[in-house]
Write a protein that binds this ligand. Structure first.
Ligand SMILES: [Zn+2]
Length: 136
């Protein structure tokens, strides 16, 4: 039991250690909605593996983290900011934005319209396939 807890704590330390680099990468703005001057936290894009992976982490504000808990339940304008982040130069940010749009496009036509203009290279297409928020 104690051992499991140590491992959990150790993992947590590694992930929060990414924060410094993520703050630089994001210029201290939420990487999805670009909010600044707010509390930002490291978010691991699921499925989360045992080994923390910096390239699958994004720096997010609390309101985005809340929205990601239930993508399907989002309201029409909740994710409008993805029109900006879908062009991010950071692959995992871009691909996460597109993943969300894919999951709301049947509900909101603006999301479908954005996706018509989206462009992914081969690596990004592969990365997109690995994301799974377990949306039912
Ligand atoms: Zn945000």
């Amino acid at each position: 039991m104690a051992k499991g807890l140590d491992k959990y704590q150790e993992r947590l330390n590694i992930v929060s250690g990414f924060g410094k680099n993520l703050a630089r990468r994001s210029k201290s703005k939420c990487e999805l909605c670009e909010a600044s001057g707010v509390k930002l936290s490291v978010f691991e894009v699921p499925p989360v593996k045992e080994e923390p992976n910096y390239d699958r982490c994004i720096f997010l504000c609390e309101s985005c983290i809340e929205l990601l808990k239930n993508i399907k339940k989002s309201k029409e304008n909740d994710f409008r900011f993805l029109s900006g982040s879908m062009w991010s130069e950071v692959a995992i940010v871009k691909v996460t934005a597109l993943y969300i749009l894919n999951n709301i496009k049947d509900k909101y036509s603006w999301a479908e319209e954005l996706l018509e203009n989206a462009y992914l290279d081969e690596d990004e297409k592969e990365l997109l396939k690995t994301i799974d928020f377990e949306i039912k």
